[in-house]
Design a protein around this ligand. Structure first.
Ligand code: GLP
Length: 239
């Protein structure tokens, strides 16, 4: 895993967006996966500006979702789907056929996983994945103690349930998450792990300098071609 530390979060947004744009220029029909959560929101803005300024053409790109809260639909503000649609897909004017997203309310979660695995396989893997790092090191909903290959439904950890309040403004009876699997993420052709702000300092240090263990899923990116992009606040301990 390579480390890139930038002066502040705005510069991280700009640099991460440049990496995505580079991949799309090389492969206009790339399969791109961008995490929900708060971390990539500044990158959304950079990508939307790139389209407005004719610096990037998203017409042939496919987007696949990273994860979703089980039991939550896109009508719930704070769901991963709503975050991606409002923040990125709708402003980019994407066609529905370009978007593949986990349905947190699907009747069969097994079918939902199969469907997403099929899409990854049909594209011969993910070309670029942008991951946020959860407070406990989770990637998507690959929670501590798990090590999945393909799409899976996993029990949410107590930390994830606590943190969920920031997305929904209230406690919801959340128990499971549906997520792409760790092997699908580690095998992506380009991987960026992104973390900003002081509150991510400890988990960033564990990710990069800590033991490689599935107790901290983000540390499983050690020894891969992933790039960890952080601002100075999040990267203070590892500089
Ligand atoms: C959330 C989401 C992930 C996200 C991660 C970090 O629970 N399931 O998609 O990348 O945890 O979230 P944030 O960027 O809000 O810190």
């Amino acid at each position: 895993m390579k480390l890139e530390v930038f002066e502040n979060s705005e510069i991280v947004d700009i640099e991460v967006a440049k990496k995505i744009i580079h991949v799309i220029k090389e492969k206009p029909n790339a399969l791109i996966c961008i995490a929900g959560g708060d971390t990539p929101k500044g990158v959304f803005k950079q990508l939307i500006d790139a389209q407005k300024n004719n610096c990037c053409d998203f017409k042939e790109v496919s987007f696949i979702s990273l994860d979703e809260w089980v039991g939550i639909s896109d009508e719930t503000p704070g769901s991963c789907k709503q975050t991606l649609y409002d923040g990125l897909y709708t402003p980019l004017n994407l066609k529905e056929s370009q978007i593949h997203f986990f349905n947190g309310k699907a009747e069969s979660m097994i079918d939902e996983c199969k469907q997403m695995d099929k899409i990854v396989a049909e594209h011969d893997g993910i070309d670029f994945v942008l991951l946020g790092i959860g407070m406990n090191g989770h990637l998507g909903f690959n929670e501590p103690g798990t090590n999945t290959k393909n799409s899976s439904v996993l029990q949410l950890s107590p930390t994830t349930k606590e943190v969920s309040v920031k997305y929904f403004n209230k406690e919801l009876p959340l128990r499971y998450g549906i997520t792409l699997g760790m092997s699908q993420l580690t095998q992506a052709k380009n991987i960026v792990l992104m973390a900003t702000s002081e509150k991510k300092r400890e988990i960033v240090n564990l990710t990069f300098r800590g033991e490689k263990t599935n107790q901290v899923p983000s540390s499983l990116m050690q020894g891969t071609h992933a790039i960890l992009c952080v601002d100075e606040e999040a990267g203070r301990d590892i500089k």
